[in-house]
Design a protein around this ligand. Structure first.
Ligand code: SF4
Length: 253
């Protein structure tokens, strides 16, 4: 029981620290006792306890910008990836996130569900996020291209040129403190470099004024579990930058 309370307090502390990093300086006065914070959207809060709290203006602003970008994309047919896709995978998470993960492109599960990183690799990414003391809803997750390349091939240059401006707009709307670039292809697409990911990872790069940490893709970790250690080291560097402390060492499992 004591351990349960200790863990709960640690969760609350981590959550509050993260809210502070994301610029939330006040918590709402409310008689409800749910764990929703000032950054919770009215809709999700109401679904849990039927009491309204105000959404901070910065969150509402970023949310509006993201909705405008999504509307601009529409039923996009700007590149050939539209032909076989089932769903446009726009991105998911906190519009005001301090931490953003960017992958290469949707796979089969993501195409099916319209959400990034929901397959096996996505589940591993979710575990990594939890090990960092966060929830999936605390971060923002997106890809370089928003439609699944056939047979999970890498996106081609013309597809990247057409789609990546939307990702850039998402990044500008969210303005994360740290971007984690997942995998060799995403690193190559974003950084426009041929330097291998094994050489790029492990340190922050300055990219358009953002702190960017390249690291291995979770799908690569599924095939090479021994590479979890360097990824966890990269995530610890990210956590240090964000002032986060973890309770879990995923390598212990
Ligand atoms: S990948 Fe991007 S540019 Fe191409 S069709 Fe999909 S949304 Fe449009």
């Amino acid at each position: 029981m004591k351990n349960g309370i200790k863990e709960l307090l640690q969760d609350v502390k981590t959550h509050l620290e993260y809210q502070k990093i994301m610029g939330v300086t006040e918590m709402p006065k409310s008689s409800c006792h749910c764990e929703e914070s000032a950054r919770t959207t009215k809709q999700s809060h109401k679904s849990s306890c039927n009491k309204e709290i105000a959404t901070p203006p910065s969150v509402a602003r970023n949310d509006t910008k993201l909705k405008e970008i999504r509307a601009e994309i529409g039923d996009c047919k700007r590149c050939k990836l539209c032909k076989a896709r089932k769903n446009i995978v726009f991105g998911v998470g906190d519009p005001n996130a301090a931490l953003m993960f960017i992958g290469e492109g949707p796979g089969a599960d993501e195409d099916e569900q319209g959400e990034p990183f929901v397959g096996r690799a996505g589940q591993l990414l979710t575990k990594i996020i939890i090990a960092m003391g966060l929830k999936r809803e605390d971060v923002y997750i997106a890809n370089c291209v928003k439609c699944r390349p056939p047979n999970n091939r890498a996106p081609e240059p013309d597809e990247l040129d057409t789609c990546m401006p939307f990702l850039m707009k998402q990044i500008e709307a969210i303005k994360p403190k740290v971007i984690v670039c997942l995998g060799a292809t995403a690193a190559k697409d974003i950084l426009k470099t041929e330097v291998p990911i094994s050489k790029l990872r492990g340190k922050f790069l300055d990219w358009n004024g953002y702190k960017l940490m390249p690291t291995f893709h979770p799908a690569f970790l599924l095939r090479n579990p021994n590479m979890k250690r360097p990824v966890w080291e990269d995530m610890q560097t990210v956590m240090k930058e964000l002032g986060l402390k973890s309770r879990i060492n995923p390598l212990a499992k």
